[in-house]
Design a protein around this ligand. Structure first.
Ligand SMILES: Cc1cc2nc3c(=O)[nH]c(=O)nc-3n(C[C@H](O)[C@H](O)[C@H](O)COP(=O)(O)O)c2cc1C
Length: 329
């Protein structure tokens, strides 16, 4: 029987209502971006990566802002990064207390600032430590733990595939999220879905696939080609929560259509309100600067003089009210 994106499944004993999930996005995947994905149908949402050290040492802002979970976003997975198993266990305990349903560990981030601490993709080269981290997170939290990783460090390197096997068979992780580009590729180049397929066929735990899923057609193709349990939407969902609805609209339901201009503007307004609720008017105003280009692109204003002028005006607006007035015009 062929699987559908709308089918429910379970991940580490947690019921997930469909197979379309929000990927972790650093600096973006906070509670309201996750809630937005949920409102548009996402079955599972994963947080931006959060430092296990910051949680362990009770960094006030990290705990208040990044461990904030909205009651309507469950099931939610909080992604942690770090390299010290004891610290990881302590952070994971705190994440469970914050109300997360799952913990995801970042073993794929290629950013030097993260890798030089021994975290992220650096763990591809330290498989025993990686397994210890996964066990520590599960032990500390009592929650199912998944790991998101890359296929390897460099072209031809398959360390991520090897590590995924060890994490499942030795580390007991509940699932693997694979972004089948090597770390040195960062976020460019074609993902190798065949590698994801190999893992999905071989591992007894669910495999989620990430990478290159910007349109409904691309996401459906990756789902079919890899046999993955679910797809993780990342850049394709920025300013475009309709992508979730479009993927989940079986056949030609109304969710399959493109949003109208008014729908895009009122969604941006929802985001502005939530950002102010989350960070206050001043920080929220600055935080929103990265969101405007995504929504202008949706409005078909990413290119051309009018769009550039509006973006410039939004980015330099003195406050939220001024930005909202510009959008109303
Ligand atoms: C701005 C940005 C932030 C990201 N942050 C994270 C992160 O915190 N944790 C993680 O595991 N992956 C992170 N990723 C990787 C994405 O989750 C995803 O795997 C990647 O973007 C590939 O999917 P795409 O080609 O559909 O965008 C990030 C990617 C981008 C573009």
């Amino acid at each position: 029987m062929s699987r559908k994106l709308t089918d429910s499944w379970t991940l580490g004993g947690v019921r997930v209502s469909n197979r379309v999930a929000l990927a972790p996005l650093a600096g973006i995947g906070n509670w309201f971006v996750r809630l937005q994905a949920k409102r548009f149908g996402a079955g599972l949402v994963v947080s931006e990566m959060v430092s296990s050290f910051a949680i362990h040492y009770r960094n006030e802002r990290t705990c208040r802002e990044l461990l904030r979970i909205h009651p309507e976003e469950h099931p939610v997975s909080i992604q942690l990064f770090g390299h010290d198993p004891e610290v990881m266990a302590s952070a994971a305990e705190r994440v469970a207390a914050a109300g997360a349903d799952l913990i995801d560990l970042n073993m794929g981030c290629p950013v030097p600032k993260v890798c030089k601490t021994g975290a992220g993709a650096a763990l591809l080269e330290e498989p025993s430590r990686a397994v210890a981290l996964a066990k520590a997170a599960a032990h500390g939290s009592g929650l199912p733990v998944t790991v998101k990783l890359r296929s390897g460090q460099r072209p031809g390197d398959r360390s991520g595939i090897e590590l995924a096997r060890r994490l499942v068979f030795e580390g007991g992780v509940a699932g693997i999220a694979i972004h089948p580009r090597h770390a040195s590729q960062r976020h460019t180049g074609a993902p190798n879905y065949e590698l994801a397929r190999t893992l999905a066929e071989e591992l007894p735990a669910p495999v989620l696939v990430s990478g290159g899923l910007r349109t409904p057609a691309q996401a459906k193709l990756a789902f079919e080609r890899t046999g993955a349990a679910a797809v993780l939407l990342a850049r394709g969902s920025l300013g475009n929560p309709w992508l979730f609805a479009q993927l989940l609209a079986d056949g030609n339901g109304s969710g399959a259509r493109e949003p109208t201009r008014q729908e895009i503007l009122s969604e941006l307004d929802w985001v502005i309100e939530r950002a102010v609720e989350h960070l206050g008017a001043e920080r929220g105003g600055r935080y929103l600067r990265k969101f405007y280009p995504w929504y202008l692109e949706r409005l078909g204003l990413a290119h051309g003089r009018r769009g550039r002028e509006l973006l410039q005006a939004l980015q330099t607006a003195p406050d939220i009210d001024a930005a909202r007035a510009l959008l109303r015009q």
